[in-house]
Design a protein around this ligand. Structure first.
Ligand SMILES: Nc1ncnc2c1ncn2[C@@H]1O[C@H](COP(=O)(O)OP(=O)(O)OP(=O)(O)O)[C@@H](O)[C@H]1O
Ligand SMILES: [Mg+2]
Length: 284
């Protein structure tokens, strides 16, 4: 069984907008999958369904041997359980979605700090169960928080260094370029150490001269433990970085395979037409 398996995903919006039609694919650990296709072909919907942001009508998804999703979903499943499942994935949007009121370091460490609140609750419970005196408990909790926060900050700084923004940790999003904002968004997604990191057209809101720096960071993230799914309109990037490529049209996977096969030897008329129109915009 592959690391990530998506089976028979179907999604219809309203009565007639069929956004996903029997979508199937699998991805091995540490591999990069690119998803390409015309506007409206279902790429974002697929990413959103994988990330538990849109509820898929039917289908199944397994990750690392665990069945994470079986749709239609059991109505008894709680928001907290869905949030937990969602933590397996990180999603970077084209529009960054940074918190304007927080600086770079706080944007990156916010989510781990929120999760820490749950750990603190659990720790307090465990101390109480041990029946330790109140004063001792208080000082242990204080120490616990201090240690955990220091660890979160240290890891946050390491991640910010990876995306090349150590000199900007105190800057606010309004003080950064689009490319820098997108690199903060990538750092923020990495901070939760997701098993699968997903990107939805991470460079499409950027001026061409800022695209390169973001693509370079994404390329540098390619390593054996990080599995990535990238929706992109940058054909040369998809060709160079991906291990697998999926071409979607009208909610369906029309072709999939190794980038050299898809790009050099497209089989369907749809992919041929798509590549030749993309080729006019982007040197393959
Ligand atoms: N929340 C929604 N409600 C209704 N229809 C939707 C919704 N989200 C997407 N759709 C429709 O589903 C289809 C697939 O949309 P989707 O956003 O997945 O396409 P896409 O491939 O990401 O396109 P683009 O390249 O423009 O981002 C489209 O017809 C779209 O209008
Ligand atoms: Mg989209």
């Amino acid at each position: 069984m592959a690391f990530l398996e998506v089976n028979n995903f179907n999604k219809t919006f309203g009565d007639k907008v069929v956004a996903l039609k029997d979508v199937n694919f699998s991805l091995e650990k540490g591999k990069v999958l690119s998803i390409i296709g015309h506007s409206g072909s279902g790429k974002t919907t697929l990413l959103r369904c994988i990330n538990f942001l849109t509820e898929v009508d039917s289908g199944k998804m397994t990750l690392d041997g665990e069945t994470l999703l079986k749709a239609p979903m059991d109505k008894s499943i709680s928001e907290a359980e869905i949030r937990e499942k969602r933590l397996n994935f990180g999603l970077v949007f084209q529009s960054f979605n940074l918190f304007p009121q927080y600086n770079v370091l706080d944007n990156v460490t916010l989510a781990p700090n929120m999760l820490l609140l749950d750990d603190i609750k659990e720790y307090k419970k465990s101390l109480k169960a041990q029946k330790l005196p109140l004063l001792e408990r208080k000082s242990l909790v204080k120490e616990f928080i201090k240690e955990k926060k220091a660890k979160i900050e240290k890891e946050g700084l390491e991640i910010i260094e990876k995306v090349g923004l150590l000199d900007k940790i105190k800057s606010y999003p309004c003080e950064l370029s689009g490319g820098q904002c997108q690199r903060v968004a990538i750092a923020r997604a990495l901070a939760l150490n997701p098993k699968v990191l997903c990107f939805d057209e991470p460079t499409s809101a950027l001026d061409p001269e800022l695209t390169g720096e973001v693509l370079k960071v994404i390329k540098s993230l390619k390593q054996k433990d990080r599995t990535m799914i990238i929706v992109t309109h940058e054909m040369s990037f998809a060709k160079n970085v991906s291990d697998e490529v999926i071409f979607m049209a009208d909610g369906e996977i029309v072709e999939s395979g190794k980038p050299k096969d898809l790009f050099n030897n497209p089989q369907s008329e749809q992919l041929k037409a798509f590549l030749s129109s993309a080729n006019n915009k982007d040197e393959l």
